[in-house]
Design a protein around this ligand. Sequence first.
Ligand SMILES: Cc1cc2nc3c(=O)[nH]c(=O)nc-3n(C[C@H](O)[C@H](O)[C@H](O)COP(=O)(O)OP(=O)(O)OC[C@H]3O[C@@H](n4cnc5c(N)ncnc54)[C@H](O)[C@@H]3O)c2cc1C
Length: 421
Amino acid sequence: MYDFVIIGGGIVGLSTAMALGQTYPRGKIAVLEKESQWAFHQTGHNSGVIHSGIYYKPGGFKARFCREGNRSMVAFCQEHNIDYDICGKVIVAVEESELPLLENLYQRGLKNGLKVSKISAAEVKEIEPHVRCLAGLHVPSTGIVNYQQVSQKYADLIRLQGGDLYLNTKVVKIISTSNSNLLETTQGEFATRFVINCAGLYSDRVAKLGKVKPHAKIVPFRGEYYELKPEKRHLVKTLIYPVPNPEFPFLGVHFTRMIDGSVHAGPNAVLSFKREGYQKTDFELRDFAEVMTYPGFWRLAAKHADEGIQEIIRSFSKAAFVRSLQRLIPEVQAEDLLPTPAGVRAQALMNNGKLVDDFLILSNKNSVHVCNAPSPAATSSLEIGKAIVEQIVDRAPIEVSTTQETEAAECAKTTETSLSS
Ligand SMILES: Cc1cc2nc3c(=O)[nH]c(=O)nc-3n(C[C@H](O)[C@H](O)[C@H](O)COP(=O)(O)OP(=O)(O)OC[C@H]3O[C@@H](n4cnc5c(N)ncnc54)[C@H](O)[C@@H]3O)c2cc1C
């Protein structure tokens, strides 16, 4: 009998297991991951940015966890000798109409307690000589790292704490009783007092296996990238972002210098017809049908038809993608860009057509379900892990790994404790 089993070995599941191990050193903890390596999905296909927290609604969990996560991620990398670079970033307005949005972003950054400065077009050029813009913001606390490396270190530390790590182990069924859960997996059964669902793109389905209804469905949005040819990397010194559409959680195609020295351009945000569909042609009938029959999707599509069409055009037309990039750096040409692997975002969408904006974590008596952990969840991973442990400690003080019955049976019915603002 485990005390805690975490489903999903991405950066959130691993940070949660690590935080549980620190809080309950005598606890029996396991992480179950269906793939043959850690951090294979969202965590292994992202932009590698240590976000500052400028974009997020003040007072929300994204804003708080990202700001604190930025610091804790840097401290973690320093402690464990993981390469990172706090290189800062610029956000630039290229049209008059974007200037008020840039000002809003500046105010938001200040409210979120960040050091952010307004800079002129000439000052932007001092940082990024190839950018053409009207004005910009400089955010010095943004950085870059490889989140697969960070996750591997989390896994190593869990093992050192005495945790059990299982790869190639997919959870297919959860049978919950009043005091425990029995997880049926492709590698046999696991009994545990507490289960924590960190299944990313499958988090809503795993929640349903645990009889928790998230009131939101995961919709997969693929983010496609190009990479600058090595001889063109000099065009980008740090990170260059446009002013994002405030109605969307996506940041607009941008330039990112990666920690290995390469420069990525993207990602866009197109509906994927498969939850783990990294290619344009990937298709899974169940995933597709679920989105197409979901009223929330059609409400979203009706409201944002124009943006959706633009994204599809940009996905299929390299010329359209390049035009978006040329708004930031006019010198970039189609022949400077090579395709590079895409990522797929797990974004929760409510039935009313609204994208869940903040992190969303639901709990019941003996389970916790991370139902929305999109960007900046990699940056915030240490803080999300700590917050999940706090929820468990606050709600059900568990005496772990004793022969006594757990005293977690305080909450008789499913409660919805949402980390959404
Ligand atoms: C294109 C893109 C760019 C991004 N850029 C950034 C960025 O620059 N900075 C940032 O902070 N964030 C970024 N993000 C967001 C960030 O990557 C994610 O928020 C974060 O990785 C989520 O981690 P996770 O552990 O929740 O999910 P995942 O990494 O997807 O892990 C979930 C795991 O659960 C496993 N799983 C699923 N079902 C089961 C099952 N039934 N049994 C066992 N295992 C299961 C999966 O195999 C997977 O490994 C980006 C995301 C994308 C897609």
